[in-house]
Design a protein around this ligand. Structure first.
Ligand code: MG
Length: 263
């Protein structure tokens, strides 16, 4: 299946979906406090998404039982919210969620600290974000897809492990569309990027090994060595001049442009 090119009208809908998702993430992050359960986080997230007139895209996706994947500490992705899982001061939590607005999808992940977190954890979160922006340097029309992968990989450095089992993806009417976007170096440079492609780029970085284990619940992925893991993802639009970050608020877009230049 070829990679779809979105029309101006479709892009406008994905922009709206993305702005809403950016706001959901911002508001959700503010609600996280020690003592709440990961199920509390899911309830707040679902309420936020619906308050903006959107559908939570993760809910019931291939049977996933919640609106947000809440992955704590050594959990890499696909943590299932539970009333028994209580978050505590010092934890880091990756929140991966998506919305559907008038049939169009947006997908984004943030990793947030609960209260005060260790410097090691804060550095990991920052490094993961920087890896995403290193990839963004190559996310423009005429560029090659796997140059994004290679840039993410090489920016991780310093002994961090870049998860290989899970990849980014095209996005549009469906949450997962071609192409797959690995976060590590490939043998080839991949397809040529064209204006109107919409992609979800999502590095997952561990403090230790890149190797992961898959839980018997069929979903949750954890680091093989028990080290902390962070995840950062945005839905982007490929344009001639570079990526447009769709899944962020307007204010965030301004700040992130500076971050992008700083990598
Ligand atoms: Mg994704």
């Amino acid at each position: 299946m070829p990679v779809s090119i979105k029309s101006a009208k479709e892009i406008e809908l994905m922009r709206t979906a993305g702005r809403i998702l950016g706001r959901v993430h911002e508001e959700l992050a503010r609600e996280i406090v020690p003592g709440m359960s990961t199920l509390d986080i899911d309830r707040i997230c679902e309420e936020l998404i619906r308050s903006y007139g959107c559908i939570p895209s993760f809910l019931n996706y291939e049977g996933f039982p919640a609106s947000v994947c809440v992955s704590v500490n050594d959990e890499v992705v696909h943590g299932i919210p539970s009333g028994r899982r209580i978050v505590k001061e010092g934890d880091i939590i990756s929140l991966d969620t998506g919305v559907i607005y008038k049939g169009y999808q947006s997908d984004a992940a943030r990793t947030v600290g609960v209260g005060n977190i260790s410097k090691q954890a804060a550095d990991l979160i920052e490094r993961t974000k920087l890896c995403f922006f290193a990839g963004m340097q190559y996310a423009k029309a005429g560029g090659r897809l796997f140059d994004i992968s290679a840039a993410i990989d090489s920016h991780a450095q310093y002994g961090y492990g870049v998860v290989r089992d899970l990849v980014g993806h095209g996005i549009g009417r469906n949450m997962h569309e071609p192409p797959e976007i690995p976060n590590f170096r490939q043998r080839f440079r991949g397809i040529r990027l064209r204006p109107g492609m919409t992609l979800a780029v999502e590095p997952m970085i561990n403090i230790g090994t890149w190797r992961v284990n898959w839980s018997s619940n069929g979903w949750t992925v954890t680091t093989a060595d028990g080290s902390l893991s962070a995840h950062y993802e945005n839905t982007i639009l490929i344009t001639r001049s570079g990526p447009e970050l769709l899944s962020v608020t307007e204010e965030e877009a301004e700040n992130l442009n500076q971050m992008y230049l700083a990598v």
